[in-house]
Write a protein that binds this ligand. Structure first.
Ligand code: NAD
Ligand code: UDP
Length: 313
């Protein structure tokens, strides 16, 4: 198949491009390199089935002969998406419309949208099921991302209702692994890089807030299963690992796994609207896709620490 991956030079997109090339597809990576890195796709450039197109999805695209579109373009780390909030919601809103129009120009091909657990905001239901509508501040510093992604889901559903576009909505929970940008400010990469370089491990707030961390290979498996499901299942479906940790626990595990580190933990003020808890209910993914995560936190962290040793030491 000829498959378009937007955001293909980012953390998740680079893993997805590799997986699709390994399955002998032709892969077009559209990226504007806002947060993406050329080094993430350097190994793929020699593959004659791989092409990089430097474009911004907020502008309409003309690409023919496509069979599938994975829409991953959007900065995902809070400091990155807050750097230019107007760009962030434009990417989710205008970009989503352009992607769905591109699907129609190619004969209404399947579009997988990388949505997020952030659509649940600071959740009042725990763990989060897909039926939960969420608790999102429309005016806060996270809104450009959260509300942008919520609007993108709406736009997908409306194309499905009006044009029967075969959409696939997945709500991704915090994912980590090799190819994360060491400086993008997300918690797993930050804690590991701080520990490896013997700097303070900065925990925001009192560190009792929770997240549920998924290793990247589990996500890519769930994502491709969702795209290729034969039941016309459109979602939304949670794709995440239900093992839940406080940020204090995560810091402790990272320090245990990097025993040579002299880093100490330090507490810093928590940014606005930071969700207090997050954990997916994955019954729907288990039932509809036969999917559940396989990689436990320590196993995934070991591979991620190995990657960052090569990046920062
Ligand atoms: P990332 O920042 O590493 O990758 C995003 C990629 O999109 C980058 O290569 C960036 O340059 C590109 N991009 C951004 N805006 C663009 C635009 N307007 N036009 C073209 N390219 C653009 O982030 P990631 O972690 O790989 O996330 C990928 C997708 O998955 C995002 O849509 C994100 O919202 C979603 N997601 C990720 C997580 C996670 O934990 N990693 C969780 C939930 C959802
Ligand atoms: N966090 C932290 N130290 C950091 C980066 C993040 O304590 O250096 C906290 C952050 O406040 C949040 C959690 O870790 O409660 C996850 O943050 P991340 O930015 O990785 O993802 P998100 O908040 O989008 O889930």
């Amino acid at each position: 198949m000829k498959i378009l991956v937007t955001g293909g030079a980012g953390f998740l997109g680079s893993h997805l491009c590799k997986r699709l090339l390994d399955e002998n597809n032709e892969v077009l990576c559209v990226d504007n390199f806002f947060t993406g890195r050329r080094q993430n796709i350097a190994d793929l450039l020699g593959d004659s089935n791989f092409q990089v197109i430097e474009e911004d999805i907020t502008a309409p695209m003309e690409i023919n002969g496509l069979d599938r579109i994975y829409n991953l373009a959007c900065p995902a780390s809070p400091p990155a998406y807050q750097k230019d909030p107007v760009f962030t919601w434009r990417t989710s809103v205008l970009g989503m419309n352009n992607i769905l129009e591109l699907s129609r120009k190619n004969g209404n091909i399947p579009v997988l949208q990388a949505s997020t657990s952030e659509v649940y905001g600071d959740p009042l239901e725990h763990p989060q099921k897909e039926s939960y509508w969420g608790n999102v501040n429309p005016c806060g510093i996270r809104s450009c991302y959260d509300e942008g992604k919520r609007a993108a889901e709406t736009i997908c559903m409306d194309f499905f209702r009006k044009y029967q576009t075969p959409i696939r909505l997945i709500r991704i929970f915090n994912t980590y692994g090799p190819n994360m940008d060491p400086n993008d400010g997300r918690v797993v990469s930050s804690f590991i890089v701080e520990a490896l370089t013997n700097r303070e491990i900065t925990i925001y707030g009192d560190g009792t807030q929770t997240r549920s961390f998924q290793y990247v290979s589990d996500l890519i498996e769930g994502m491709t299963l969702m795209m290729e499901n034969k039941d016309g299942f459109i979602g939304p479906v949670n794709i995440g690992n239900p093992d839940e940790f406080t940020m204090k626990e995560l810091a402790r595990v990272v320090l245990e796994m990097i025993p040579e580190s002299t880093s100490k933990t330090a507490f810093r003020p928590i940014p606005g609207d930071d969700p207090k808890v997050r954990r997916p209910n994955i019954s729907l993914a288990e039932k509809s896709l036969g999917w559940k995560p396989k990689v436990a936190l320590r196993e995934g962290l070991a591979k991620t620490i190995e990657y960052f040793r090569g990046q920062v030491l």
